[in-house]
Design a binder for this molecule. Structure first.
Ligand code: HEM
Ligand code: HEM
Ligand SMILES: [Fe+2]
Length: 482
């Protein structure tokens, strides 16, 4: 243990050291995601910009894949970070876990370089194996898929073996089952079929069942740990909520999958199943908000890490609005008929991913920053009144809400002109894209994107400096938890 306020990995246990590596790469990839998002957004305004050099398709691929990878790195980092604390046992197989971190990260770098430098290939299996598998969000080529599966197995082994040797808590139980489902689902996105309906059918097993079932539960586990750590919330209460949320989430989210089967050539009964179950999906999200408010209220907001708690609370709100409200808006087939695949979906996609998942990972960044400086003070009265984290958070949210609203307006306009008035014709598509409301919305998305970038810069600056030179130890929270 080094002096307070000095960054030193000696402050961390083995799992936390490895977790910190994952979290660091996660933060860097978050920056890459923003960069490629800004480039893709600019190409909406200036279609010739970088044409033939870095095409929209490539920027978009890098933008959404960086998103998935930085969030997964954040989750894996978070799990390693809490593992020893939760299991009260050193990570089993830590050496292997460290090795896999480097292998996986090298593979990510190679995939990004291939996306950037190769960009096109022949229309046969060699492209699928070596360049791009062509499924949105999980475009990594087949060789990388196999590498990812192996890496995840090692991660899974670390988690299960550590809990098995140490303490097996309620959070541990939910986490292990969930990781099993999460890893298993990835396999559904690996089997290529030339039938586009079948291909989409399985692809959604990964995308939907990740974000609307397994990721939600994973984030629930991470949040549960955060609440115990930062507020000293009683384990029994946190775990009870977790069980309720998991039951509700799986109860609605699994068959909610049907909201992606409305128009891809699947049988008609999916209209009813998808509409009904996905309409129930906001229910667990309401439970999560109630849970967060309940815990904060009981503990009168007393906590040892202001930024981490602020991001945790904004997770509950962001998840509810982004996934629950914005998802619900277009989930009934009668509405989705008009909104499907418009910028409306992108509006929901941005707010949901940011609100439910980015917030949680950012909260964890702050916990890691605190612990790696020897568990320093991060409550009130930070130097400068904590302006960096506050403004960082404000700009990230202003940027995100600005983008989401701009996209929602564009989506409304597309639904009206392309779908309702022009009856989904090819001409209608172009007419909607050329409309001034659409174009103005794209401009506002870009302006908001730069605001978001400003927030990111402040966030990184803050994470690198918060707690530096701080001599007060973390506020002691009466913990009834352990
Ligand atoms: C955190 C959880 C969620 C995330 C991260 C998320 C993200 C996304 C994303 C990125 C898309 C666009 C997919 C594409 O590229 O085609 C999408 C589509 C969709 N989402 Fe969500 N979503 C979440 C939760 C929900 C919930 C709870 C509902 C319903 C209540 C919902 C309803 C929908 C529907 C209906 C579509 C299809 C839109 C279309 O037809 O184009 N989502 N979601
Ligand atoms: C500077 C900030 C950002 C800009 C300028 C930006 C821009 C874009 C653009 C231009 C696209 C392609 C849309 C299309 O194909 O029509 C896109 C897609 C997407 N972005 Fe962003 N983005 C930004 C930040 C983010 C963040 C922070 C997240 C999530 C945390 C995110 C999640 C997504 C998702 C999920 C999609 C796919 C949506 C869909 O297919 O419906 N983006 N973004
Ligand atoms: Fe979905």
């Amino acid at each position: 243990m080094s002096a307070l306020g000095v960054f030193n990995t000696a402050n961390l246990n083995g799992g936390q050291k490895l977790g910190l590596k994952y979290l660091t790469v996660s933060l860097v990839l978050f920056g890459a995601q923003i960069l490629f998002g800004l480039l893709a957004g600019l190409q909406f305004l200036l279609p010739d910009f970088l044409f033939g050099v870095l095409d929209f398709s490539v920027n978009r691929t890098l933008h959404v894949n960086a998103l998935v990878v930085w969030l997964l790195y954040g989750f894996i980092g978070g799990v390693y970070f809490m593992l020893e604390d939760e299991a009260k046992h050193p990570v089993v197989g830590l050496g292997l876990g460290n090795l896999i971190f480097w292998v996986l990260t090298a593979a990510v770098v190679v995939v990004v370089l291939v996306f950037l430098l190769v960009q096109v290939g022949p229309g046969d299996m060699s492209s699928i194996w070596l360049i791009n598998e062509g499924r949105e969000y999980i475009e990594a080529p087949r060789w990388a898929d196999i590498g990812i599966v192996v890496s995840v197995l090692v991660f899974f082994y670390n988690v299960v073996a550590t809990f098995a040797k140490g303490r097996y808590t309620g959070i541990a139980g939910v986490l292990v089952m969930d990781l099993m489902a999460l890893a298993g689902l990835y396999l559904a996105g690996m089997a290529y079929t030339p039938n586009i309906s079948m291909d989409q059918f399985w692809w959604w097993w990964v995308i939907h069942l990740w974000v609307e079932a397994t990721w939600e539960v994973l984030v629930g586990c991470i949040m549960a740990y955060m609440l115990i750590e930062t507020m000293g919330v009683r384990r029994k209460i946190v775990e009870t909520w977790l069980y309720i949320e998991v039951a509700l989430m799986f109860g609605s989210g699994i068959l909610g999958l049907g909201h992606h089967y409305f128009w891809i050539g699947t049988p008609e009964y999916w209209l009813t199943i998808g509409g009904f179950f996905s309409a129930l999906e906001p229910v667990p999200l309401v439970a999560m908000v109630v849970h967060a408010l309940f815990d904060s209220g009981v503990h009168r907001m007393k906590n040892n890490n202001h930024p981490a708690l602020a991001w945790t609370i904004s997770q509950a709100a962001g998840n509810f609005f982004g996934a629950g409200v914005f998802g619900f808006m277009h989930t009934l087939p009668q509405i989705n008929l008009y909104t499907h695949g418009t910028q409306w979906s992108a509006s929901h996609g941005h707010l949901a991913f940011f609100g439910a998942y980015s917030t949680a990972v950012i909260g964890f960044f702050y916990l890691a920053a605190q612990k790696s400086r020897g568990n320093v003070w991060m409550s009130g009265n930070l130097p400068g009144n904590g302006w960096k984290w506050k403004w960082g958070m404000a700009w990230l949210w202003i940027g995100m809400i600005g983008m989401t609203m701009a996209l929602l307006i564009a989506g409304y306009e597309q639904s009206q002109i392309e779908r309702a008035t022009e009856g989904s014709t090819w001409m209608g598509y172009f007419e909607a894209q050329a409309h001034p409301w659409f174009q103005q919305a794209m401009t506002w998305r870009q302006i908001s994107g730069f605001g978001f970038l400003l927030g990111y810069i402040l966030l990184v600056w803050d994470l690198l400096t918060i707690g530096k030179g701080e001599t007060r130890p973390a506020q002691v929270i009466e913990s009834e938890a352990h």
